[in-house]
Design a protein around this ligand. Structure first.
Ligand SMILES: *Cc1c(COP(=O)(O)O)cnc(C)c1O
Length: 341
């Protein structure tokens, strides 16, 4: 176990967070004349719960973890940005991330004026642990890993992530945005034994709620307390809290299973096409393919009304397009167009 407090910026350790009216009185019934709200009920006139208590209780049940280990953010974006603000001294500290990977880690590094060091994945997109650790130094506060990784689709082994968490003297963030499409278990269960692991998940992918903006971080209660202290007081609006609680009752497992089955079908179809030079193994709801003329194929698809993500300019992804798995009809349309190229 690591002494987490030594990674925290001094101004955050001593921060007195904003105290809301509901912090000072949290009883359920009464005449509320403490928050300067409009008293006429319309369903939206009251401030939402700043700690999302009901939502956290439901998520705790679903994930099998205590509410004190859960942070809820305005998308994963907020949960990616907060560790920079909590742990990284601008222009002094640095972070290490794999590449290619999700773009937000780099954007948040730039916004927070923190140096981002990237470690290239191997040709098959596996990670060389020694190379990753060699990129860290005494000023490295965060390591960003993503599993299944975007845009490559592959996963990192649990043992490898644990080894990194043990060797690294700082916080290891494991982004599991696509974990619900994957057979590997979440790293959530490893937080208890590795208190420097932060696991990120989202409702934007398998749960089908991208529009509602809700991301989650699972971590040691000490880290969750810091994130809660630094976040905007009402970071999850009342409408989102209410609708998400309803939507969490939907059975999304059958949808995810359908998407995984469709992915296998799409891969099978594409593997017969000479046009497709390589299909990278994916455990997510997309596949990364390599072709000879990515830009031309991208434009052809656009003309047929299909938009995919051109990743060919990304380092390590030359020739690559990232294709999200759609409905069966959408996937069939895609395959038909590819077949006639
Ligand atoms: C899509 C995605 C997210 C989700 O971000 P939200 O802000 O929660 O919508 C997070 N991480 C990765 C790697 C993603 O691809």
């Amino acid at each position: 176990m690591k002494d987490l407090s030594k990674y925290v910026r001094a101004n955050i350790l001593s921060l007195a967070p904003y105290s809301t009216a509901r912090d000072e009185y949290s009883g359920e019934l009464g005449v509320y004349l403490d928050a300067n709200e409009n008293p006429f009920e319309n369903g939206y006139n009251r401030y939402p719960d700043p700690y999302q208590k009901s939502l956290k209780e439901r998520i705790a049940q679903i994930k099998g973890i205590g509410t004190e280990s859960i942070f809820i953010g305005n998308g994963s974006d907020e949960a990616i940005d907060l560790p920079y603000r909590i742990f990284c001294e601008p222009r002094i500290d640095n972070v290490v991330a794999i590449t290619p990977t999700y773009g937000m880690y780099g954007v948040c590094a730039a916004i927070n004026d923190v140096d981002l060091r990237t470690v290239a994945l191997e040709e098959d997109f596996s990670l060389d642990t020694a190379k990753l650790l060699a990129a860290t130094d005494a000023k490295t506060k965060l390591i960003f890993l993503c599993s299944p990784n975007n845009p490559t689709g592959n996963t990192l082994a649990e043992g490898q992530i644990e080894q990194i968490a043990e060797s690294f003297d700082g916080i290891v963030i494991v982004d599991e945005a696509y974990i619900d499409f994957c057979e590997k278990p979440s790293m959530i269960t490893r937080i208890a034994s590795h208190n420097n692991i932060v696991v990120l998940q989202t409702l934007s992918k398998a749960w089908g709620m991208a529009s509602l903006r809700l991301g989650m971080a699972f971590a040691d209660p000490y880290i969750i307390e810091l994130m809660t202290k630094v976040k905007y007081p009402y970071n999850i609006n009342g409408l989102t809290q209410r609708v998400v609680l309803e939507q969490l009752e939907r059975d999304v497992q059958s949808e995810s299973a359908q998407i995984v089955a469709s992915r296998k079908w799409v891969v099978e179809q594409m593997s017969k096409m000479p046009l497709v030079k390589h299909i990278y193994p994916s455990e997510a709801n997309f596949v990364l393919i390599r072709v000879d003329e990515p830009k031309a194929l991208y434009n052809t698809l656009i003309k047929s009304g299909i938009i995919v993500r051109d990743r060919s300019k990304v380092k390590g992804c030359a020739g690559c397009l990232r294709i999200t798995i759609g409905t069966q009809a959408e996937n069939e349309k895609l395959i038909e167009i590819l077949r006639t190229q």
